[in-house]
Design a protein around this ligand. Structure first.
Ligand SMILES: *[C@@H]1O[C@H](CO)[C@@H](O)[C@H](O)[C@H]1NC(C)=O
Ligand SMILES: *[C@@H]1O[C@H](CO)[C@@H](O)[C@H](O)[C@H]1NC(C)=O
Ligand SMILES: *[C@@H]1O[C@H](CO)[C@@H](O)[C@H](O)[C@H]1NC(C)=O
Ligand SMILES: *[C@@H]1O[C@H](CO)[C@@H](O)[C@H](O)[C@H]1NC(C)=O
Ligand SMILES: *[C@@H]1O[C@H](CO)[C@@H](O)[C@H](O)[C@H]1NC(C)=O
Ligand SMILES: *[C@@H]1O[C@H](CO)[C@@H](O)[C@H](O)[C@H]1NC(C)=O
Ligand SMILES: *[C@@H]1O[C@H](CO)[C@@H](O)[C@H](O)[C@H]1NC(C)=O
Ligand SMILES: *[C@@H]1O[C@H](CO)[C@@H](O)[C@H](O)[C@H]1NC(C)=O
Ligand SMILES: *[C@@H]1O[C@H](CO)[C@@H](O)[C@H](O)[C@H]1NC(C)=O
Ligand SMILES: *[C@@H]1O[C@H](CO)[C@@H](O)[C@H](O)[C@H]1NC(C)=O
Ligand SMILES: *[C@@H]1O[C@H](CO)[C@@H](O)[C@H](O)[C@H]1NC(C)=O
Ligand SMILES: *[C@@H]1O[C@H](CO)[C@@H](O)[C@H](O)[C@H]1NC(C)=O
Length: 391
């Protein structure tokens, strides 16, 4: 279970189905995907001449081990491609945790070190400025990259693509103590996209290496969701306000109220489950007869007698109801059914300014959009058929 924000985590579930990649051909639908191949100089020149000439660009993301999404990012010239973890809950971008950083003539050391501690891992290394290729027509120059010389917690990825707000990078550089421009910041400042908007499409994975997701830089891809996005302002409540944080005004499970009043939490692609502060979680767990925490996996173990009686877990965001997924299995004992809702642990209490996390299991149901220009997060029903009780 991944939790790359600085919060507690639940233990791991492992799983072992066959490896099988199913690319989503519909990702290429908007006509700008993987078109052209300007090098850094051309990208720079183009940006100076005609800013934001390109529309939003969509490219694939892969669900790995049912827990995280990765995407291929090229670093250097010629680019070496790394599978980077897609994380809206942190903002540093780095590689070298798996595949080692390959320096080229575009790699410029800054003489700063960079250290980041996550909810379930950390890295320490040197900062470089380098060319970053997201797609052949999206080549960023002078992007800060961490070269991880030592790291923990990154088994299935080479590093992180940090898509959270840039303030999250403060304190990670040394001796310089400055905010690091993120990939999204540089896409806009270098004229590669017009709007500082990221669209994320995830779908429930069918195997443990499923290329079933899509990231859109510079806007949203309306072919991947139904209707209009519902926009929710980024919360003013600290510390959720440092992230892609939102207020939920009510959360219910059946006729039980899990969150009774306006409460702040965050939307985080770096967390697998939907997580609550312990007191909220306790209301939820008690509402499911016979449910208990499985000691092997840390997941909520739901007895067969309760499976068919599972109710939607409903979040109200900006006056709209967003029912969350209930019961996608995450591995572990094949005879058991695990819930997709967990707790922060550590005797956490609500009222601390960050009382829930909407992770992948929520994002697999709702297309999400992260709008740094408008300081808001958008949600819409994803364009895939969804069975509530799958797994
Ligand atoms: C850097 O390397 C690339 C690829 O080998 C080459 O095309 C480019 O000319 C080199 N640039 C410089 C300034 O040496
Ligand atoms: C990184 O995580 C590993 C494993 O949990 C731990 O042993 C190490 O001390 C951590 N390093 C830092 C700098 O926090
Ligand atoms: C490159 O980016 C760094 C911050 O990451 C910034 O300090 C520097 O001014 C930039 N250089 C150029 C030439 O844009
Ligand atoms: C990650 O790798 C470490 C060391 O190889 C191992 O102990 C740990 O169980 C692995 N974690 C997962 C989720 O596979
Ligand atoms: C990162 O860690 C290294 C070694 O552990 C240390 O020398 C450096 O000062 C640290 N940098 C920051 C920003 O904490
Ligand atoms: C870095 O800067 C921030 C804000 O500018 C400050 O709060 C923090 O104490 C500084 N950290 C160090 C190690 O100087
Ligand atoms: C996922 O599948 C791709 C394509 O077959 C392969 O290159 C990659 O190594 C696989 N990743 C993992 C984590 O197994
Ligand atoms: C998904 O999008 C495609 C192309 O935009 C559209 O043809 C299709 O009807 C949509 N599927 C659903 C389930 O809405
Ligand atoms: C989406 O918004 C547009 C413009 O506000 C409106 O005309 C349209 O009816 C909305 N569509 C849906 C499905 O709500
Ligand atoms: C969010 O809720 C808090 C109280 O929990 C309130 O102060 C704030 O105005 C609400 N809205 C935003 C956008 O933060
Ligand atoms: C809540 O719903 C359950 C069944 O779903 C029912 O047994 C119970 O009486 C209800 N409680 C209230 C207070 O309505
Ligand atoms: C929760 O959402 C479902 C699906 O939209 C709806 O049928 C149900 O009435 C909602 N429950 C509550 C308590 O709002």
């Amino acid at each position: 279970m991944k939790s790359f924000v600085a919060l507690s985590i639940i233990l791991l579930a492992t799983s072992g189905s066959s490896l099988n990649t199913i690319p989503l051909t519909k990702l290429q639908g908007n006509g700008v995907y993987l078109k052209g191949s300007p090098d850094a100089g051309r990208a720079r020149a183009a940006s100076l001449k005609r800013r934001a000439d390109y529309g939003p660009t969509t490219f694939p993301a892969t669900n790995v081990q049912y827990e995280i999404y990765t995407t291929k990012v090229g670093i250097g010239n010629p680019p070496t491609y790394y599978d980077l973890f897609v994380d809206t809950g942190s903002a540093n971008t780095f590689c070298g945790a798996g595949k080692l950083y390959v320096r080229t003539n575009t790699s410029i050391p800054t003489d700063d070190t960079v250290n980041v501690t996550y909810g379930s891992g950390n890295f320490t290394g040197n900062e470089y400025l380098d060319q970053v290729t997201l797609a052949p027509n999206l080549v960023i120059v002078n992007q800060s990259i961490g070269d991880a010389l030592s790291s923990a917690g990154f088994n299935f990825t080479d590093g992180i693509l940090g898509l959270g707000p840039p303030d999250l990078t403060l304190g990670t550089l040394s001796p310089d103590n400055v905010t690091i421009p993120t990939v999204m910041n540089n896409l806009v400042s270098q004229g590669l996209v017009e709007n500082q908007v990221l669209g994320i499409y995830f779908a429930p994975p069918k195997n443990n290496n499923d290329t079933n997701g899509a990231l859109t830089y510079g806007g949203t891809d309306s072919s991947l969701y139904e209707g209009n996005l519902t926009w929710v302002p980024v919360t003013k409540t600290y510390p959720a306000s440092y992230f892609w944080g939102v207020n939920v005004t009510l959360c219910t499970y059946g006729n039980h109220t899990v969150i009774p009043t306006s409460t702040a939490g965050i939307v985080d692609s770096g967390t697998t489950l939907v997580l609550f502060a312990d007191d909220f979680f306790s209301v939820y767990m008690k509402a499911i007869p016979g449910a208990n925490i499985d000691s092997n996996t840390g997941l909520l173990d739901i007895p067969p007698s309760s499976i068919s009686r599972m109710q939607p877990l409903n979040f109200t965001l900006a006056d709209r109801l967003f029912p969350a997924d209930q019961n996608t299995a995450l591995g572990g004992d094949p005879g058991k059914r695990y819930g997709t809702v967990g707790s922060f642990g550590n005797n956490s209490r609500s009222g601390e300014g960050l009382d829930f996390l909407l992770g992948l299991k929520f994002l697999e149901r709702y297309y999400s959009a992260f709008d740094a220009d408008g300081n808001r997060v958008g949600f819409a029903q994803t364009n895939h058929t969804f069975s509530t009780y799958e797994g």
